[in-house]
Design a protein around this ligand. Structure first.
Ligand code: PFF
Length: 447
C-alpha cells in the first residue's frame, strides 16, 4: 500500500481546514440568522458559543485524528477502542448525506453565476429559482459541482486539496472584502448595517431557549464538526504543531468570514428596501437575486458574490468527500482517483431526490442538522472525555505551550459542558423535527 500522505506545511493544513469551515453556512445561514435573531445581541451569544463550545469540540476531533493518523473509522481501532468505530462511521455517513444535498446547492450557485452574468433572472427572479433549484437543470448542475469536487479530491492531499484551498481561501477573503467595500457605497448601507447589527436584547431574552440551541447547531456546522472531517484532516498532520493554536486560527478566520458576509448581504438587500424575509436557503437566493437585478452594476456584483459562494461551497465539499475517500484509501489497495470517482458518483446519485424537490432537500438538511450532527459530536465528547482521555490529553499537549492547566480544563469541559450543551440541542432539535412533521410540505420547503 502507498505511503500515507501528509500536509506539506502547517499553513497548508490551516487553509484546508478553513476551506472546509468557510462555506454556505457562513455566507447564507449566518447573516440571516443574525439579522432575524436580534442582531448584535445574537452575535454575542453566537460568538460565545463558537469559542466556548465549538473551539474545544474542534480540538476533540484534532486529537483523535492526529493521534491515530488514520481515517475517522479506523482511527478508533488504531487507538485501541475498536468498538467505538461506529461513532466514526456515523460521522462519515453524515459527511456523505450532507455532501449529497450540499452539492445540489453548489449546483444552484453555478446557475446563479451564469444567471447574473447574462442577466437571465433579472426579469423573473422567483421563476428562475424554481427552474434552477429543482428539476433536470438542478440534476445537471449537481453533477457538474460533484465533478469539480471529485476532480480535486482525486489528486490527493498535497496535489489536490492543499493546492486548491491555498488558492481558494485567499480568493474568498479578497473577493469578500472587495464586495463589502462595494456594499459600503450602496444606498442601503446604513439601513443594512442597522438591520444586521442593531442589538435587540429584549428579543434575545424572550427567545433565549430557542436561540442558544440553534447557535450551538450553527457553530458545529460552520466549524465542520460532527462529520469527522476534522479527524480526517488532522490525521495528515505531523506531531509538532500546536493544535490549540491551529484551532484558534481556524475559528477566528471562519468567524471573520461569516461577519464579513453580513456586510455584503444586508447593504445589498436594504438597497432595494427588501426586508430579509424568513430566511431559508431558497428565500435568500430569491431575495438577493432580486436585489442584484435592481442595483446599478448588479450583474458584476452578482457574479462576484456567487463566485465567492461557489469557492466557499467547493472548498467545503471536498472535505466532505475526503472523509469517506480516506477510509477506503487507508484500508484497501485501490487507486485514489477511482475511489473518489466511485464514491462521488454514489453520493451524487443519493443527492438526486434533493435535486428534484426542495422539500426533500429540506428533510435531508433537517435530519443531518438536528439529529446526526449533535449526536456524533456527543459521541466524540464521550469518547475523548471518558474513554480515551489519557491519550487525548497527552496528544493535545504535544507541540502546545499552554501547559497542564489548559489541558485539564479542556478535559473537564469535554466531559461535562459539551455533552450538556448537546443534550439541550438534541432535545430541542427533535421537538423541532416533530413540529415540522406536523406542518408538512410547503412550510418546510423554503423555511
Ligand atoms: N462548514 C461548512 C459550512 O459552513 O458551510 C459545512 C460543512 C462542511 C459542514 C464540512 C461539515 C463538514 F464536515
Amino acid at each position: 500500500m502507498a505511503e500515507r500522505e501528509t500536509w506539506t506545511t502547517r499553513v497548508g493544513f490551516i487553509f484546508a481546514a478553513v476551506g472546509s469551515a468557510v462555506g454556505l453556512g457562513n455566507i447564507w445561514s449566518f447573516p440571516f440568522q443574525t439579522g432575524q435573531n436580534g442582531g448584535a445581541a445574537f452575535l454575542l451569544v453566537y460568538l460565545a458559543v463558537v469559542f466556548v463550545i465549538g473551539f474545544p469540540a474542534m480540538l476533540m476531533e484534532f486529537v483523535i485524528g492526529r493521534r491515530s493518523k488514520q481515517n475517522p473509522i479506523s482511527a478508533f481501532r488504531e487507538l485501541g477502542f475498536e468498538n467505538w468505530s461506529f461513532a466514526g462511521t456515523l460521522g462519515v455517513l453524515g459527511s456523505a448525506v450532507t455532501l449529497a444535498f450540499y452539492s445540489v446547492i453548489g449546483g444552484w450557485v453555478l446557475s446563479y453565476i451564469v444567471g447574473s452574468a447574462t442577466g437571465t433572472y433579472f426579469g423573473n427572479v422567483a421563476g428562475f429559482f424554481g427552474t434552477v433549484s429543482a428539476g433536470p437543470l438542478a440534476v445537471g448542475t449537481h453533477a457538474l459541482f460533484m465533478g469539480l469536487t471529485v476532480a480535486i479530491v482525486a489528486f490527493g492531499i498535497q496535489g489536490g486539496i492543499e493546492r486548491a484551498t491555498k488558492v481558494m481561501v485567499p480568493a474568498i477573503l479578497v473577493l469578500l472584502l472587495g464586495l463589502a467595500a462595494w456594499g459600503f457605497t450602496l444606498e442601503g448601507a446604513t439601513a443594512g448595517y442597522e438591520y444586521y447589527l442593531s442589538p435587540d436584547f429584549g428579543y434575545l431574552a424572550d427567545n433565549l431557549t430557542s436561540i442558544v440551541p440553534s447557535a450551538v447547531g450553527q457553530a458545529f456546522f460552520t466549524l465542520s464538526l460532527g462529520f469527522s472531517v476534522m479527524i480526517a484532516y488532522a490525521s495528515y498532520l505531523g506531531s509538532d504543531d500546536s493544535l490549540p493554536a491551529d484551532g484558534s486560527a481556524i475559528v477566528v478566520i471562519n468567524t471573520l468570514v461569516a461577519l464579513l458576509a453580513g456586510f455584503v448581504v444586508f447593504p445589498v438587500l436594504l438597497s432595494i428596501g427588501v426586508e430579509p424575509g424568513s430566511g431559508g436557503v431558497g428565500t435568500a437566493f430569491v431575495s438577493l437575486a432580486g436585489a442584484f437585478a435592481q442595483i446599478p452594476g448588479g450583474e458584476l456584483l452578482g457574479v462576484g458574490f456567487f463566485i465567492v459562494l461557489l469557492l466557499a461551497a467547493l472548498s467545503s465539499a471536498i472535505s466532505l468527500l475526503e472523509t469517506p475517500v480516506s477510509y477506503v484509501v487507508d484500508n484497501y489497495d485501490y487507486d485514489r482517483k477511482v475511489v473518489a470517482t466511485v464514491l462521488g458518483g454514489t453520493i451524487f446519485a443519493a443527492g438526486i431526490p434533493t435535486a428534484l424537490s426542495t422539500a426533500t432537500l429540506g428533510w435531508y438538511n433537517d435530519i443531518v442538522f438536528n439529529l446526526l450532527l449533535p449526536l456524533v459530536v456527543l459521541l466524540f465528547a464521550l469518547f475523548v472525555g471518558w474513554v480515551a482521555f489519557d491519550e487525548s490529553v497527552d496528544e493535545l499537549a504535544q507541540g502546545s505551550s499552554l501547559g497542564t492547566g489548559f489541558t485539564a480544563l479542556w478535559l473537564w469541559w469535554v466531559r461535562l459542558v459539551i455533552p450538556a450543551a448537546i443534550g439541550l440541542t438534541l432535545v430541542l432539535g427533535v421537538q423541532d423535527l416533530a413540529l415540522k412533521a406536523q406542518l408538512i410540505e410547503s412550510a418546510v420547503v423554503l423555511g
